[in-house]
Design a binder for this molecule. Sequence first.
Ligand code: GLN
Length: 474
Amino acid sequence: MSQWLPIADIAARVNAGELQAVDLVAKALATIGEKAEYQAIITTLDTLAAARAKEVDATVAAGQPAGRLAGVPFIAKDNFLVFGSDTTAASNILKGFTAPYQSTAINRLEAEGAICVAKANLDAFAHGSSTENSDFFTTKNPHDIDRVPGGSSGGSAAAVMLDMAPFALGTDTGGSVRLPASFCGAVGYKPTYGLVSRSGVVAMASSTDVVGPLTRTVDDAALILDVMSGVDVLDSTTIPRDSAGYVGLEGSLVGKKVGIIKEYMSEGLDPGVKACIEAAIARMKAAGAEVVEVSLPTLPAALAVYYIICPAEVSSNLARYDGQKYGYSTANPADLEDSYSRTRDEAFGDEAKRRIMIGTYVLSSGYYDAYYKKAQTVRTKLINEFNTVFEQVDLLIGPTAPEIAFKLGANSDDPLKMYLTDIMTVAVNLAGLPAVSIPAGTSEGMPVGLQLIAPQRADRRLLDAAQAVEGILA
Ligand code: GLN
């Protein structure tokens, strides 16, 4: 059991004067300190958080409403800019960079009284599936300290399951909210592309980057999405919220048509994971869902497509880190050119360099048509297949990952093996769809995540179904 109440209840009690924001912040920071061995956190924001907590308590004391998230502590992945604090994206090249402004997502949470208490570990620049690509240290899985928490938002997922805060923010470019949720037993919500502003978030692959919450329950995730979502003038890709919002879910599966993704249930799926997913499907049928098997023939190509398009965009987005404007800069360069190349050589980690090289290669003249353009063509084919399938079913279902959390070091010498961890998450990003991972039992004592996927902008439908499934699996 969590030491935290549901998020809406915490805020209600703070607004009623029954709980003090300063105590909640102190509790979060104390838990972070007690559980330091898991290495989920890069920095704590003690002074900032204490000052904000006092403001919330003063608002309540003055008889004013302090917001729908009044006094609720949270943790942001360290690729979110929090004004005046360090933002490293777990990379050496951003060490020493202080955020001169703040991400829209954090602004919106703060406007409702939430308080950011810490910045969580990640794979550097969110490149990875285990946090082992962090330039600083690896986060440990809350259920087994010898295993990875998943990535790249591994610090955020572990922090929530370690009770450091009731929720955390992550980013999902190719699965980085859902995968660590699956490995740690959290709920990880990836909104429709554009539903949450990325302003003030370190860019990875801009055509798939999206911000999402990690929580213990679907209700909590829905509330956080409700607060963060919607158009932002600072991010031109943002889209309007559902007019019904994302709270007050109905949580029913009756009459819902659900498609099991054939390609995700076949060879390569760990038998323990498969058993959990099949048990969940049986319960969904019993709860009134009509379940059919569906096939998306292009799905097996999604991983290859992603690992062309993502590095292409990464190579462009990482071009700005050249030692002149942000963070680290090499000492005593001979000239500007030398400063650029030595800074990048010294301070980018292996995975960032790998993606810069692959991305530059697939975009270079002579190879562009063979790789990047072809990948975009296959991406369109995949999107068309999703559209066709969603003419037949309301939702898609399958595992979030082909396996449970792996042992520390198991995949770190083999980038391709690491990339394979993302085989069930990346297609959703390529198509901009909303998807969620919710806990669906355990295998070998480790959590297994069930993934639900909906059409673009059907986030409310997805949350409704996820809440229903959460209820029947409890
Ligand atoms: N694991 C994937 C990658 O390394 C996804 C990362 C992410 O979603 N940020 O690209």
